[in-house]
Design a protein around this ligand. Sequence first.
Ligand SMILES: NC(=O)c1ccc[n+]([C@@H]2O[C@H](COP(=O)([O-])OP(=O)(O)OC[C@H]3O[C@@H](n4cnc5c(N)ncnc54)[C@H](O)[C@@H]3O)[C@@H](O)[C@H]2O)c1
Length: 368
Amino acid sequence: MKKLRFAIIGCGRISYKHVEALINNKEEAILVATCDVDKEKAESKASEYIKGMNTPVNVGIYVDYKEMLEKEDIDVVAIATESGYHPEITIHCMNKGKHAIVEKPMALSIEDADAMIKCARENNVKLCISHQNRFNEPIQKLREAVDSGRFGRLINGTARILWNRNMGYYTQAPWRGTWELDGGTLMNQCIHNIDLLQWMMGGEIDTVYAQCDTFLRDIEAEDFGAIIIRFKNGSIGIIEGTACVYPKNLEETLSIFGETGTVSIGGLAVNKIENWRFADGKDSEEEILKEQGEDPDSVYGFGHTALYKDVLDAINNDRQPLINGEAGKIGMSIILAAYKSRLTGMPVKFPLENFSTMDMVNVDKLHK
Ligand SMILES: NC(=O)c1ccc[n+]([C@@H]2O[C@H](COP(=O)([O-])OP(=O)(O)OC[C@H]3O[C@@H](n4cnc5c(N)ncnc54)[C@H](O)[C@@H]3O)[C@@H](O)[C@H]2O)c1
């Protein structure tokens, strides 16, 4: 089988996970170009890949992604720039016939997310959003338990993201915490667990209510958010997300409660089963807890490698990737609805239409 040819656009903090995923999928994928407006970053990303491959490979270096697309033979682009730039870059690449893996959040407005989904469809290319924790083994196992009805009636689910992002994190890259390019801790950090929660609870949302504020960090958007989701199946989701935990990350936990089952998964990046209790007695909690794999060494977890594998398989077999544009849109829509709820003080009914983080620019003025 011909190896698919990849390029990475945006060679910052998370891009090493894309390099790692390409190296781990080297039988089916090859990196042919890197691009960053900062040339040194593009160069160092290419070197990282070449070193990891341990064999001579040619990787083109670019500062302009449009030029890169003209000059290189590329099948798939991985887009890991600041979130606010995702839609424009992704749409340009898909219009050139490239498949796209886009970092989360896919976009910062409903309009942009819809345009990306439409563009992928029109160009018959795959669009995948990096919610890599869906591929964590315990999460896949939990999803199987939900699908096979082991929980009985779903009652509630809780996503807790109790982390610390200090001012150094925000000053290191000034786009972070801005309404134009990022959003707050809900949109940047909590979106992974919010995506998992909605995936387990059935994905169809009735209303979203939120209270958010900026307590400690000198940023535009929130550093704390509490959200309540009512799902169409009647179950309730509760989210507690913060960047303010003193003095360091405390936990990221997803808990699902049903009539006949209770599961909670924690660890650094929702990789560790903490409780696994079902009325059907099909497996023992003790055994499940004993059999677990290792915890990752970073909050980014292990999922990018499996996500790349899924995209490669989706392209080779012409099917949708697990986290396509429609799937990626749900988590960001919940957060946009939470922002709208913060603005109006009211629950927000789904579907949410035409809302953007930019609608939040004057939030402070409104409340003062
Ligand atoms: N999946 C995850 O777990 C995870 C973790 C961290 C960040 N992210 C997401 O990844 C994205 C990047 O985050 P980061 O922390 O790596 O940011 P970063 O600021 O470290 O890196 C972004 C890079 O993109 C480059 N860039 C900007 N415009 C460009 C353009 N037009 N062409 C080429 N390069 C361009 C910048 O120069 C910078 O090097 C964000 O959307 C973020 O939300 C995802």
